[in-house]
Design a protein around this ligand. Sequence first.
Ligand code: AMP
Length: 282
Amino acid sequence: MDIIRTIPELKRIIGPVRTSGRTIGFVPTMGYLHQGHLSLVKAARSECDFVVVSIFVNPIQFGVGEDFEQYPRDLASDARMCQEEGVNLIFSPSEREMYPRGFDTRVQVEELTRGLCGRGRPGHFRGVTTVVTKLFNLVEPDIAYFGQKDAQQALVLKKMAADLNMNVTLKIMPTVRETDGLAMSSRNAYLSPDERKAALVLYKSLKQAEELIKDGSRNASKIIDTMKEIITGEPLAQLEYIEIVDTTNLEHIDYMEAEVLIALAVKMGQTRLIDNIIVEVQ
Ligand code: AMP
């Protein structure tokens, strides 16, 4: 497995892979890998000839006062995990390599980034779509893998790839959870033991919503109220949003008739956690 830091080196390796006709599977990450990331890597390994993982904590997707500096990093451990999964190449560029002095271009999806996490994190998705465009241009993947854990990000990136006629298929893989239900996230490393316990309210509220819908409840605001009670009942939790939206365009739903996305963001101490589920409505 190669660990590559620069764009010229990356191109030197990717060029021959492409011309030999091998398929390239790509998993973009910010590192500090866990089983959620590795589920994407495993999918890429099983479906593609050559697997690339990028590890880059992308400064332009973090807002002022967010956790860019503190974001956990451990390239040695990430590399071990990737090696065990049969990854062919890790691309881990410096900030300067990705954003040389004078870098002045942004890629932006408009409507889909207005709500949910876009409201509380202005500029975040623009940073994501910009870096992923660059990475797609560099790695030239046939298939790129993303997690349902970041549901809005997955939809935004699919829209970007479709609107800009990008030559890549995006695959969205299910959320991987700890045994108690907490969605795996590199940011879980920030949680104190008490916050870690309290963080279970996210999944608990989502499961409760699912139960209510299964029992026939169709009124979104009633379901949101029940979820809010669960979250606000946890003193360490500060709710940012709970929304029930259409799974394709993220528009608000009042009366549920078809599949819905239930998504929430909660601050647990200083740590911002997100989670979501998709629920079929019969
Ligand atoms: P990140 O390193 O947080 O930017 O995540 C890189 C990729 O891994 C994104 O496509 C995420 O959606 C995905 N991912 C992160 N956590 C999980 C998880 N618990 N289950 C599935 N995919 C995940």
